[in-house]
Design a protein around this ligand. Structure first.
Ligand code: B12
Ligand code: SF4
Ligand code: SF4
Length: 374
């Protein structure tokens, strides 16, 4: 006769293996997130997803993992810290308008690859020990409300900036999941500790956090520089400053990030000097150089055109200089229509002396209004 499976022991084995695989925390939750589903539907109705059609496409499948993988009854959530401690200081890069600021999460190897590989091995190893079970691993690779499940699994709370954060770990971490049919014992959801703080809302350069816990992605620099395919609305360009891929401002000011841990995974070490790169140098890369240097990085996914578009905006915000004007002119004749339009905007700013970073007010980001300070 086969012994019944000891689920508490299986969970302990999983936790021990997760630590060996480089994960910093693991927890287990049920699949039920009805309130989050309501928030998701409202967010979509308000159009806050912008051009991220994939967010609308899956509808409630995103909040019902049992519809995505039939038989799912638990979500195992994992956290992996990514703060690159050896990188040039974030504030120093943001304060140096001739440098390009790249989000801390994208300075090393693509996290999708790092976490997915480790999670797949973890689930496979557990199956080797306890016998076959149903599962699917996800790292931002399937329609799953990752933060909601992670909160319920005790990994942290969703902050007013909408990222997941923990008192002993801040928010500089990635999430991943194993959706499973194993009835593993559940953890307690984490309690929230934002209190009366509103630092992230105040710090956001584009006023994208329109209310606590509500992010209008169409205004968010992370969205604009990574997910938005069309031209970046002119009204928002000045506030983007020198952020050429993603944005960290709301996390940089969060008091709980004093308790964040440095990444221990070697794949999150800075590559290609991306923490201290000059805008003019990055703008001089050919498409072949972009492909070669960014392969294996999350940045590779946006492609050369959006990369060039983003740098053109940052050059338009850089202090006026002949070097910047030369770099812009050199690319102007051999590029796409979209990049060309952003170069023209940047050249106009450079020549009219209307440079410098401004905060954006909460006007409609859909409007391609010309900035009034020009
Ligand atoms: C779409 C997306 C984006 C979009 C939209 C972000 C967003 N807030 O939705 C954009 C491109 C802007 C983005 C940016 C970033 N992202 Co992103 N993104 C995602 C993705 C794919 C889906 C998120 C989602 O489901 N959004 C739907 C909306 C409805 O959710 P929400 O805004 O978080 O709202 C929730 C709560 O705030 C609450 N809520 C909503 N309204 C209200 C109202 C009230 C009154 C209350 C009480 C609650 C409440 O309910 C909602 C559901 O839980 C996830 C991966 C995944 N599959 O989950 C990664 C993910 C969230 N992103 C991640 C990261 C790292 C980032 C960036 C930090 C990257 C960067 N440095 O540029 C920024 C952070 C920007 C920010 N302030 O959120 C990590 C976050 C890790 C963490 N610690 O939380 C994730 C989990 C990827 C991963 N696997 O690690 N992202
Ligand atoms: S990532 Fe930047 S633009 Fe987006 S909400 Fe945070 S501070 Fe605002
Ligand atoms: S900055 Fe303040 S309000 Fe925003 S997530 Fe951190 S603790 Fe919460």
């Amino acid at each position: 006769m086969t012994q019944p499976l000891d689920l508490a022991a299986a969970k302990n084995q999983l936790a021990a293996r997760a630590r060996e695989a480089g994960f910093d925390r693991i927890g287990v939750a049920s699949i039920d997130i009805p309130e989050d589903e309501q928030h998701l539907l409202r967010w979509l109705d308000d159009g806050f997803h912008g051009e991220m059609d994939y967010m609308r496409r899956h509808g409630t499948m995103r909040s019902r993992p049992q519809d995505l993988v039939p038989g799912t009854i638990r979500v195992v959530s994992v956290r992996m810290d990514y703060w690159p401690a050896a990188a040039r200081d974030a504030g120093a890069v943001l304060g140096d308008a001739g440098s390009g600021y790249i989000s801390r999460y994208a300075l090393g190897r693509d996290y999708h690859k790092v976490l997915r590989g480790a999670l797949a091995r973890l689930a496979k190893d557990l199956a080797g020990e306890i016998g076959p079970f149903g599962y699917r691993v996800c790292v931002d690779s399937a329609p799953v409300l990752e933060k909601a499940h992670a909160r319920n699994a005790g990994l942290g709370w969703i902050g007013k900036h909408t990222n997941l954060l923990a008192r002993d770990a801040g928010s500089w971490f990635f999430l991943g999941e194993i959706l499973t049919d194993l009835p593993l014992p559940q953890d307690e959801p984490a309690s929230a500790h934002c209190g009366t703080c509103t630092a992230c809302i105040t710090a956001c350069p584009t006023a994208a956090i329109v209310a606590p816990y509500r992010l209008d992605a169409r205004r968010c620099i992370s969205y604009l520089t990574i997910e938005h395919h069309s031209a970046i609305p002119e009204a928002l360009r000045p506030a983007i400053g020198n952020r050429i891929y993603g944005c960290d401002d709301c996390q940089l000011v969060c008091p709980w990030n004093r308790f964040a841990h440095a990444a221990s995974h070697p794949d999150f070490k800075v590559r290609h000097g991306l923490d201290a790169a000059r805008l003019t140098e990055l703008f001089g890369w050919t498409e072949a150089q972009f492909e070669e240097r960014m392969r294996g990085s999350a940045i590779y996914r946006i492609g050369y055109e959006k990369w060039s578009r983003n740098i053109a905006v940052a050059l338009g915000n850089a202090p006026g200089s002949e070097d910047v004007i030369r770099a812009l002119n050199q690319r102007a004749e051999r590029t796409t229509e979209q990049v060309r339009e952003h170069i023209d905007w940047a050249l106009f700013r450079q020549r009219s002396g209307a440079v410098g970073v401004q905060s954006a007010s909460q006007e409609d980001p859909g409007q391609n209004a010309v900035n009034t300070s020009m």
